[in-house]
Design a protein. Sequence first.
Length: 333
Amino acid sequence: MAGQITPFGTRPDGASVHAITLRSDTLRATVLTQGAVLQSLYLAGIEHSLTLGFRDLAPYLGGGAYFGCVIAPVANRIGGAMAQIAGQTHRFEANENANTLHSASASSHAALWTLADHSASHATLTLRQPDGAGGFPGTKDITATYRLSDDTLHLEITATTDAPTLMNIAHHGYWNMDGTPTWAGHTMCIKADHILPTTVQNLPTGAVETLTNHPHDFRQTKTISPGERPPLDHNFCLATQRRALTPALTLTGVSGTRLELATTEPGLQIFDAAPINTGTARTLHAHPYGPHCGLAIEPQSWPDAPNHPHFPAITLTPNQTYRQHTTFRFSAP
């Protein structure tokens, strides 16, 4: 049995966007061909979606704040919009000050993906990114598979290239376990001992700081509420290289609804959504969410890696296949 496919809207170029509804015994998810977006995820017995999404296409086309999409080839920031790849300097499109954020206009979040395969519980989407788009070399073929299994959402991503390039893919979902206007009162635990401090432009300084006595130390479960800590848009260092699927984060709402995330990725970017809907560049189109609406939880490698040789490398060559696997396991109170 295949998943239900319904029209979701029409892009300015006339192309149709579709929504694919997937089901397991305890989960129901909707995935869009626009941006490979996870538009909603429902757990049996819970009336609200645990991930934040839009009911129509327009906010996704406006860029919004990257709600629910897959970002490729390079998530997060590249300082100075330039990097060395295979001994050559490459310049990228700058879209946040003089830096590149989420691959700028070349990002897969803005693209229409192809539905390559689907069933009642999975959908596989594919995308080809042309050589030179956004300044990134190589023709890049990317595959993202969403799959439901009982109480767990699996996201498996692969990528190949025909020339040396950069590859650091991330899913950019915003999560709120309570269906409330903000994540106030949630508890969070992150299995990381270090964090990357940032500049005023949210670029890594190059230092790797211990979380001992740090305001963002979540090695033990802590309650989080807006305004209690400094703004959070940081990479938590889970490892120094990609590894086997490993537990990384637990997020629990006041309601007791819980998300347990495991990933192969060496980093986990957490963004507190403080600027959402406040007129910053993060919000390019009107949508119903406000500050601190959800926590963006982004498994990925460390940001700005090409400009920090001691960070895990994100170069992908033609003889390699990029592979990422992240699981989201949900439980009700």
